[in-house]
Write a protein that binds this ligand. Structure first.
Ligand SMILES: Nc1nc2c(c(=O)[nH]1)N[C@H]1C(S)=C(S)[C@@H](COP(=O)(O)O)O[C@H]1N2
Ligand SMILES: [Mo]
Length: 197
């Protein structure tokens, strides 16, 4: 008998139109970290956005959770070629966090607890395309996957989704972050296979 793989047991065909070129599907959730997993207690956790004027907008864990929370269903694509379709997250839209932020800079450096950095244009964080997520699959985000909170920018390769996010710094020009300095593409569009520079 014919086996229809779409929608069966979560496996879908490699010809799936939602799968970017050169990617394969996985139902696992691999952990990819450049260093040890930092442990950040939510009572010490803080997120900030710093701009060219010297202003630093800060949110504690409780302040973050006072903001409207969004349900996010999305596909994720790692440059090491695994993709995971239909992942479910909850978090706060970057549009919400940027509401009171005044900047004319167009680029952002993401900074994580532990020192990881990655760069992204501000336009890629706006328009309901990026979130600070605190839940995955109905449970608090695992520390290995970036808990208590990570950035989620799913339309770019997953290295742009900084785990253990600590803050964003507005940048006048697009500067390479950690992996970008080590040969990864400055932008990272999975549909254009922008893997390396
Ligand atoms: N802080 C931090 N964020 C990070 C990384 C990292 O090493 N440190 N790795 C990136 C890479 S290369 C990928 S593919 C994803 C992996 O996320 P996961 O471990 O939840 O699958 O996180 C990204 N964010
Ligand atoms: Mo990655």
């Amino acid at each position: 008998m014919a086996v229809i793989s779409r929608g069966f047991g979560g496996h879908r065909r490699e010809s799936d139109p939602d799968l970017p070129p050169g990617q394969y599907l996985t139902t696992d959730f691999p952990v990819l970290s450049a260093g040890p997993t930092p442990r950040i207690h939510t009572d010490e956790w803080e997120f900030s956005i710093a701009t060219e004027s010297g202003a630093v907008h800060k949110w504690s864990w409780d302040e973050l959770h006072a903001l409207p929370i969004a349900d996010v269903d999305t596909d994720i694509h790692c440059v090491t070629r695994w993709s995971k379709l239909g992942t479910h997250w909850r978090g706060i839209s970057l549009d919400t966090l940027f509401e009171g932020v005044d900047t004319s800079y167009q680029y952002v450096m993401e900074h994580s607890y532990g020192g990881y950095t990655t760069n992204v244009p501000l336009a890629d964080l706006m328009g309901n395309k990026a979130w600070i997520v605190t839940e995955f699959d109905g449970a608090p985000l695992d520390p290995e996957h970036g808990g208590p909170a990570r950035l989620l920018v799913p339309h770019l390769y997953f290295w742009k989704s900084a785990k253990w996010i600590r803050g964003l710094v507005m940048q006048k020009s697009d500067q390479p972050g950690f992996w970008e300095q080590n040969g990864y593409n400055l932008y990272g569009d999975p549909w254009k296979e922008q893997r390396y520079s």
